[in-house]
Design a protein around this ligand. Structure first.
Ligand code: CAA
Length: 380
């Protein structure tokens, strides 16, 4: 069996693939062009129970393993990378934050709605001056009676304005570095909380990326997630899983680009024969396929380690690093194989190339992934 998937994983993959190719892919170019939120895609995923694939059934999820969720992200992203990242952030960083660190009451309040897809989750760590170095974040929170009073702003927040709950990292103890960071669950309708600027981006046009503004925002103290002062470790632990999800998103984009390039190369005739008969093109296709295969093995291995309860920090970063570099390389080569057509919007490969770029940047740049990998190697 390729990649040693179980029968259940293959059935889920085939079901998601059919949905993605029949319903999500046909809308992807229009969503990219009009920059609109793919609400109907999210509703369709919710209808099929795919907004909480790895969330246990008792909390309203599908109760599948993490690898099944990773395969879901891959197939959705193969059709529409914007929908892929909305789903990935919602699940890996939204649902899992509460599943892993929430109280029973928080789980009861949020998880069934998140896993059922009625609510969408977002993750608010990054700030204008704290991107790769989130230990330096400055959005402040002080406890006053029954509320945390939050002031500051967040930047580059996926699903900003569309999410219902924002897993937000704030500074509760100035001057204490990462030990002064706390995680709060901020509901969309929190007084003093608003959505700021919407970024104009190179790609992922269906996935809104916004600023969040906190002006004396009043967050109930029962919305503290985990322990005060331990928010940084919450963020790091969540990002370990999140990075496998971004690896899967990149894998989906790379596979989509390869499929178009292969089929085009077999049909496009130049110098009297299909360009696939030229060795220059064959070598490109061979390299693309080899990289995609290696990326898939790394992404699935990291997911399996997580499913087995084994350490996976290093393997998650390796998977994210390799799969996202692969997506950039493969999409660029796909544009090259399609030539002038590849550079035009008539074919989807220029969109894949624009969408691929961000996967090397978010959830930790690939330079940060190398730091994480090296740190783990030196620790061993
Ligand atoms: N799990 C649990 N704890 C961890 C951990 C992990 N993976 N990694 C580190 N920690 C703990 C450490 O053990 C340490 O605690 P102790 O002192 O008690 O041992 C503490 O956290 C601090 O660790 P470091 O000294 O290693 O922290 P650092 O400040 O040097 O940062 C870093 C390390 C890897 C560079 C980290 O800052 C990082 O990951 N940066 C990138 C940020 C990032 O990925 N942002 C993504 C934003 S979200 C997003 O992009 C979502 C989206 O929209 C798509």
């Amino acid at each position: 069996m390729p990649y040693q998937l179980t029968e259940e994983q293959i059935m889920l993959r085939d079901m998601v693939r059919k949905l993605a190719q029949n319903e999500i892919a046909p809308r992807a170019a229009e969503i990219d062009r009009t920059h609109r939120f793919p609400r109907e895609n999210i509703e369709k995923l919710a209808e099929l129970g795919l907004m909480g694939v790895p969330v246990p059934e008792e909390w309203g999820g599908a109760g599948c393993d993490f690898l099944s969720y990773i395969i879901t992200i891959e197939e959705v992203s193969r059709a529409c990378a914007s929908t892929g990242v909305i789903l990935a952030v919602h699940t890996s960083l939204g649902c899992f934050s509460i599943l892993y660190f929430g109280t029973e009451e928080q789980k009861r309040r949020y998880l069934p709605k998140l896993a059922g897809g009625q609510w969408l989750g977002a993750f608010a760590l990054t700030e204008a001056n704290a991107g790769s170095d989130p230990a330096n974040l400055s959005t402040s929170a002080r406890l006053a009676g029954d509320y945390y009073i939050v002031n500051g702003s967040k930047m580059f927040i996926t699903s900003g304005g569309h999410a219902d709950v924002y897993v937000t990292f704030v500074r509760t103890a100035p001057g204490k570095g990462y030990k002064g960071i706390t995680c709060l669950l901020v509901d969309r309708d929190t007084p003093g909380f608003s959505i700021g600027k919407i970024e104009e981006k190179m790609g992922l046009h269906g996935d809104p990326t916004t600023e969040l503004i906190f002006e004396n925002a009043r967050v109930p103290k029962e919305n503290l997630l985990g322990v005060e002062g331990e928010g940084f470790k919450v963020a790091m632990a969540l990002l370990d899983g999140g990075r496998i999800g971004i690896g899967a998103q990149a894998l989906g984009i790379a596979q989509a680009a390869f499929d178009v390039a292969l089929s085009y190369a077999k049909q496009r005739v130049q110098f009297g024969r299909p360009i696939a008969e030229f060795q220059a093109i064959q070598f490109m296709l061979a390299d693309m396929a080899t990289r995609i295969d290696a990326a898939r093995l790394l992404v699935y291995r990291a997911a399996r380690l997580k499913d087995m309860g084994l350490p996976y920090t290093k393997e998650a970063s390796m998977a994210k690093l390799y799969a996202t570099d692969t997506a950039m390389q493969v999409t660029t080569d796909a544009v090259q194989i399609l030539g002038g057509y590849g550079y035009c919007k008539e074919y989807p490969v220029e969109r894949y190339m624009r969408d691929a770029k961000i996967t090397q940047i978010y959830e930790g740049t690939n330079q940060i992934q190398r730091l994480v990998i090296a740190k783990q190697l030196l620790k061993q």
